[in-house]
Design a binder for this molecule. Structure first.
Ligand code: ME8
Length: 662
């Protein structure tokens, strides 16, 4: 029987660029909470989506030469796009909202009108500062050193006719919500909101724009589009069917839990509740602001370009290992430094050494000593040892500790609890030395079977609680340890001895292979460099050619240039120069000609010997690196993906040295 309905959401991400590991972090965490709640017996609605309007998208689409809708369609539904990424990462969302969906557009217009009719939205003039990459308006007092307080980049002056939402009207109620309920977590974010935004006086919020058109039109005032935050925040209810006919889940599922990154806590804990107060709807149950994944100490962000590609990591290490790493390593409410080394270390320590070890050793021993099936009666033992009691006690108490952590949005703590038990179980193997017991099966067979049963039971309980984090690997683990459907449930995770004594055990594939650190880092760096190069190239023209000269040169001047066919007799690098090659050329006169040419970046000297080239021979000689250069070799130049390319003009070898070009 269902324990009730539970609604949880991620932010809806901007499809201004491909998503990165930071977005993956939030979506995997929300997925783990959703799966956990389903495991507990709730009827879960898990919503994610994309926030597709706004000036940034409009600008990017223009740059790409496509319409804004084509631009977002490609990033959301195109190959390697948002939908593909969530499929790859095994995200179990029940719904995906796009703010360009018709039903959302209609609902937002109705929400805007409701707020207007209530007298909470009025027309005024916006004068302030605007940060384009963040799509945020700021007042002078909010700027940090004159720049955007979120991303640190310069802001521009902005002034236009706009609608405003009377946020100030709700300041007291919001302060009360923040200070006197557990709506906002972690609690450390409460002071930040109250001191930085509410106490200095909440300013009314600009909620419409006229300077761009890629947005939801304000239907009663053409020319205005709904400013992106009112559009975006509404998704949490429009996707349930609020003010639309597309869905009918609002009554059943709202209010829910909003999981967001710390930089948008302000919008979710002040503006969003105020909007709901204005339209007189229930406030969200919770806003949890998680920390950032940092790269070299700075926030990863699409607009800064310092991002880690989740595709590469999932391809290399497996989806579950990546999901596990993200949840295990970084305390959910705090920032954490991402590194490939840390990822590999976590895989090796927790998954290969600890969890992998207990699964592979236990299943191997059940196979070796009992042919894959433990005997009846193995769950009980007359000679129980203190370490049996300790292990069983820890494993039985695990579900409660885990539940407490998960209910407090601390997945890292939940995993820590599981790994305490796994580490205890590994120690239990050593304490019992099953391989020693196995030497005398007549005397110790019963005890050995009991030890192995205890290990299988411990693994089963851990497997159940790990399922929200690593769904596929845990399903395989259950197959290996002989865990039936009924003993993979939430209830059975608290009942020691749920596993049938004689359930078959099969040593299968190694679920978590060890990673060779050095090799993996090298391969990763090469993959990341190749992807970065691919992205760099995609943003540059394949071929660029210098425009033709508009200035005429008179014929007589042109005729004065003496171009001749030359043959390369010798060619070598010029000492102490990275650029220059020194050529000894047959120019048909019987005397060798020496030319220095700055083309070492494109040619190796040995590859040019014997080639038939073209040189201009009546340029005045000049010294280069202390050596004479008498003339110049002719080449074709162009740019390829932003890089200069050069090709020497090479002629048919049948043409004799000295032949004149005219
Ligand atoms: O803000 N570390 O979208 P967005 C951890 N459309 N999490 C990160 C991260 C990082 N380095 N980078 C991004 C928007 N995130 C709005 C939201 S909601 C009504 C509208 C995650 O594409 C984190 O959850 O910029 C953050 O809040 C979210 O992605 C921002 O995604």
């Amino acid at each position: 029987m269902s324990k009730g309905n539970f609604f949880i959401t991620t932010p809806i991400y901007y499809p201004s660029d491909k998503l990165h590991i930071g977005h993956t972090y939030c979506t995997v965490a929300t997925d783990a909470f959703a799966r956990y709640k389903r495991l507990c017996g709730y009827n879960v609605m898990f919503l994610t989506g994309t926030d597709e309007h706004g000036q940034k998208i409009e600008d990017k689409a223009r740059e790409a030469g496509v319409t804004p809708k084509q631009f977002v369609d490609n990033i959301v539904a195109g190959e390697g796009g948002v939908l593909d990424l969530w499929k790859l990462m095994n995200i179990s969302n029940d719904r995906f909202v796009r703010t360009t969906d018709d039903y959302h557009v209609q609902s937002v217009q109705k929400i805007f009108k409701k707020m207007y009719d209530k007298g909470d939205i009025y027309k005024g003039k916006y004068v302030g500062k605007y940060c384009k990459p963040c799509e945020s308006f700021w007042t002078d007092s909010q700027l940090k050193d004159g720049c955007c307080p979120d991303c640190g980049r310069p802001v521009v002056d902005a002034e236009e006719e706009a609608y405003f939402f009377k946020l100030s009207k709700y300041a007291d109620r919001i302060q009360d919500l923040l200070e006197n309920t557990d709506f906002l977590e972690p609690r450390s974010r409460v002071n930040e909101m109250v001191n930085n935004f509410i106490k200095p006086g909440l300013e009314d919020l600009c909620v419409s724009r006229t300077s761009f058109s890629w947005g939801i039109p304000v239907d009663f005032d053409p020319g205005h589009v709904v400013y992106v935050w009112v559009d975006a925040l509404s998704n949490y209810i429009t996707a349930l069917g609020y003010e639309n006919d597309r869905y009918n889940d609002y009554e059943a599922f709202w209010p829910g839990v909003n999981i967001v990154g710390k930089e948008i806590v302000r919008f979710h804990s002040i503006i969003w509740p105020a909007m709901l107060m204005s339209i007189e709807e229930p406030l969200p149950k919770k806003c949890f602001g998680h920390g950032w994944l940092l790269l070299d100490g700075g926030k990863m962000s699409k607009s800064k370009g310092n991002v880690v590609d989740p595709y590469i990591l999932a391809e290399k290490f497996g989806v579950d290992a990546l999901r596990f790493f993200l949840m295990r390593t970084f305390p959910f409410g705090s920032d954490g430094n991402f590194s490939n080394e840390l990822l590999i270390q976590t895989i090796n320590t927790d998954l290969a050494n600890d969890l992998g070890n207990i699964v592979s050793r236990t299943t191997a021993m059940v196979g070796k000593y009992f042919g894959g099936t433990l005997p009846e009666g193995c769950a009980t033992c007359e000679t129980a040892q203190p370490f049996d009691t300790e292990l069983i006690g820890m494993a039985t108490a695990l579900r409660d500790n885990y539940e407490y952590a998960m209910e407090h949005f601390a997945p890292h703590k939940a995993l820590e609890e599981i790994f305490k038990v796994i580490q205890r179980a590994n120690k239990y193997i050593d304490e019992n030395a099953p391989w020693v017991l196995a030497k005398d099966m007549d005397a110790n067979g019963e005890r050995l079977a009991h030890v192995l049963y205890n290990l299988l039971e411990t693994t089963r309980i851990c497997g159940i609680l790990l399922t929200p984090f690593m769904p596929d690997s845990c399903a395989k683990l259950f197959e290996q340890i002989g865990s039936c459907d009924a003993c993979r449930t939430w209830d059975s995770a608290a009942v020691w001895g749920s596993r049938a004594e004689t359930a078959p055990v099969t040593k299968g594939e190694n679920l978590f292979p060890r990673v060779d650190v050095q090799k993996a880092i090298e391969e990763l760096e090469a993959l990341q460099a190749a992807k970065a190069e691919e992205a760099r190239r995609a943003s540059l023209p394949a071929v660029e050619i210098e425009p033709q000269s508009e200035e005429f040169v008179d014929f007589d001047t042109f005729c004065k240039s003496d171009f001749r066919v030359v043959k390369v007799k010798a060619c070598e690098n010029v000492k102490k120069s990275e650029k220059l090659l020194k050529f000894t050329l047959d120019d048909g006169t019987g005397t060798d000609r020496q030319i220095l040419s700055g083309i070492a970046k494109w040619y190796k000297p040995e590859d040019l010997i014997g080639k038939t080239l073209v040189a201009i021979v009546n340029l005045p000689p000049r010294k280069m690196m202390g050596q004479d250069s008498c003339g110049m070799l002719i080449s074709a130049v162009h740019n390829e993906y932003g890089e200069e390319k050069l090709n020497l003009l090479m002629l048919d070898d049948a043409i004799p040295a000295g032949a004149k070009l005219c």
